[in-house]
Write a new protein. Structure first.
Length: 163
């Protein structure tokens, strides 16, 4: 059971938590969802493939996860990166880009410009079953052929600004 802190529309923490998968959110309640995009020196983007047993199973995405109760957003994204691919990222390697609301999630977008070797990854198989770097052209193709979760199309709008 994952306990998650709740926030209002303005990203102010409420004095309330919910249990992921069990509790229902009210209309004016939101949770933090961190998303990291790792870009290597070839300007390729790291994608991870979701386990088939999860929602959006088999789909590709950036590293994504909820902030647990008591964590900061920075701690949450560092934990998610470590959990999903076994990579330890220092705070100064994380560059906050923006946040936006999608449904009841306040999505916070982080960019990491770093060369990493896929062979060094330790995939958490109940979460992630594969990882690869793709060019932005391949990213677009995968998005257009429904291999990438569709709400990640926002990344195309920011890619040129960050490379």
């Amino acid at each position: 059971m994952e306990k998650i802190d709740l926030y209002n529309y303005n990203k102010q923490k409420l004095d309330k938590t919910f249990i992921r998968g069990q509790d229902q959110l009210l209309k004016d309640e939101y949770y933090l969802l961190e998303q990291a995009w790792i870009i290597n020196n070839k300007n390729e983007v790291l994608l991870t493939q979701r386990n088939f047993n999860k929602s959006y199973g088999g789909m590709w995405e950036g590293i994504t996860g909820h902030v647990k109760s008591g964590e900061t957003n920075l701690e949450g994204i560092q934990r998610e990166i470590s959990e999903e691919i076994g990579l330890n990222i220092e705070k100064d390697e994380l560059n906050f880009l923006k946040s936006f609301i999608y449904k009841q999630a306040i999505i916070e977008v982080w960019i990491i410009k770093k060369d990493v070797n896929l062979k060094d990854f330790i995939l958490k198989n109940d979460e992630v079953i594969n990882a690869k770097f793709v060019s932005i052209l391949e990213f677009k193709t995968m998005l257009n052929t429904n291999k990438i979760i569709s709400n990640l199309s926002y990344f195309l709008d920011i890619y040129d600004k960050i490379v």
